[in-house]
Write a protein that binds this ligand. Structure first.
Ligand code: SAJ
Length: 425
């Protein structure tokens, strides 16, 4: 199938890079977002998210004349849905954005079109939710138009490279739909393109993130065990990983972001009787912030009135994304115990409501009783003991991400405590 024009619904972390890549590969792209602020920012030549290289990619796409933005969809050869699928308070998937995107496509759907869902969704969403909405057009899915599910698999921070290089799974509601999806993504994907059915593709995506969540959960549980037994978890992991078939991930303050901390719940929701290990892993990772607060309390004693400099609020290194961030949760928990926390997040200096944001590292460190490292941003990891010592008189450090190590810290007068390492007294 040949595609000249594509309409992309949702211009967030996935939709915007995808729109710009399609546009720079020669397609006419209409990017649609329901948020007027996003449209305004993009029309002014700016972008609303931080992702390395994205600003330039969007500018190039707009300058090529191939990318335009709008608040409603219009007729096109293909429609791509890349809207958020968060969860409700009870951890059930919130599919409202997918539903309204599908509804917005209906008036523009024509015979021969392709509709692709990229948003992470519970198993069977494409066939049970998306298709019935699209068929309100009076057209028959699979016969009159194609429908496919294609999970995005890109890593925030590396999106533009991974979009092009990663293997892509395309699940069609029919083999012809999968083939149409392949024809579309072949526009820019250099990785392998694998065709399957829609529900398998949905399940693949959920399995990938659940697999990672469970592997991080075991690393976090190991950090608790190491602490109990007087073992340095960072050393133990690096030794275990010398085994040719072992690759333990890193413990940390918890699992955040809008993917790994969310997606496994879609499987739990769909089959609670079967997804027991998945639920347990989620609970382990969700409870990790408590272990960080315990560590801070053990180090500082009663937290009332104590001043803590929190380094990092993002959900992971070198991104500006604060969604589901364990670091932010830890700050709130410390505040509840009476600590005065000043947080410095270099990628989002304004921080979050309810958290005192320090505009600079120096500002966060001023007068601190303890420095709490929660995100392994390059900038923090690169700090030497001498540099930090010059910035603050505080000598009490808690590192929850294994970024700082070695005798130089003690030599510079620091008392460095780490998650998963019991201080031997
Ligand atoms: N984390 C750890 N320890 C580790 C690795 C990560 O605690 O060893 C934490 C991070 O700090 C972060 C969270 O886990 O809080 C998730 O970070 P991540 O880098 O593992 O993953 P995401 O959420 O940025 O992106 C994931 C990726 N999925 C997999 O690696 C299987 C990405 O490929 C997906 O496209 C993305 O989810 C998504 O959009 O679903």
């Amino acid at each position: 199938m040949k595609f000249d024009k594509i309409c992309i619904l949702g211009l967030g972390y996935i939709g915007l890079p995808t729109a710009s890549v399609f546009a720079t590969h020669g397609l006419k792209v209409v990017g649609v977002d329901v948020n007027p602020r996003v449209i305004e920012i993009l029309q002014a030549g700016e972008i609303h998210i931080h992702e390395p290289g994205l600003g330039q990619a969007v500018r190039q796409a707009v300058e090529s004349g191939n990318l335009s933005v709008a608040s409603v969809p219009e007729a096109a050869d293909a429609f791509l849905i890349a809207v958020p699928t968060p969860f409700h308070d009870d951890k059930r998937a919130d599919m409202r954005a997918v539903t309204s995107a599908a509804e917005a496509i209906v008036p523009h759907l024509r015979p021969g079109n392709l509709v692709v869902l990229e948003s992470t969704s519970p198993p069977r969403t494409t066939v049970d939710l998306l298709v019935p909405i699209l068929e309100r057009s009076g057209l028959k899915a699979g016969a009159d138009f194609h429908v496919a599910y294609s999970p995005e698999r890109v890593l925030p921070g590396q999106i533009l490279r991974e979009l092009i290089e990663n293997a892509r799974v395309i699940g069609g509601i029919t083999p012809q739909s999968a083939q149409a999806g392949r024809d579309l993504y072949a526009t820019f994907v250099k990785g392998e393109i694998i065709q399957t059915d829609a529900t398998t593709a949905e399940m693949v995506k959920l399995m990938e993130n659940t697999y990672r969540d469970i592997n991080i959960a075991i690393a976090n549980e190991f950090s608790r065990l190491a602490d109990r037994f007087g073992v340095d978890i960072w050393e133990a992991i690096s030794l275990a990983n010398r085994h040719p078939r072992v690759k333990i991930l890193n413990p940390g303050p918890g699992v955040g972001g809008h993917c790994i901390s969310v997606d496994p719940w879609f499987l739990v929701e769909a089959a609670p009787d079967l997804a027991k290990l998945i639920r347990q892993a989620r609970q382990v990772n969700d409870s990790q912030p408590h272990f960080v607060v315990d560590l801070v309390r053990e180090t500082l004693g009663d937290l009332r009135g104590k001043r803590i400099a929190a380094l990092g609020l993002a959900f992971k290194p070198d991104v500006d994304d604060l969604r589901e961030s364990p670091a932010a949760e830890i700050v709130h928990m410390l505040q509840k115990e009476g600590a005065a926390v000043k947080a410095f997040e270099p990628f989002k200096p304004e921080g979050l409501p309810g958290i005192e944001a320090a505009p600079t590292l120096e500002d966060a460190l001023a007068g601190a009783d303890l420095v709490l490292l929660m995100v392994s941003h390059t900038q923090f990891r690169a700090l030497t003991p001498a540099q930090l010592a010059a910035l603050t008189s505080c000598r009490l450090l808690v590192d929850t991400v294994g970024a700082w190590s070695g005798p130089a810290w003690a030599a510079a007068g620091f008392d460095l405590r780490k998650l998963g390492v019991r201080k031997q007294i």
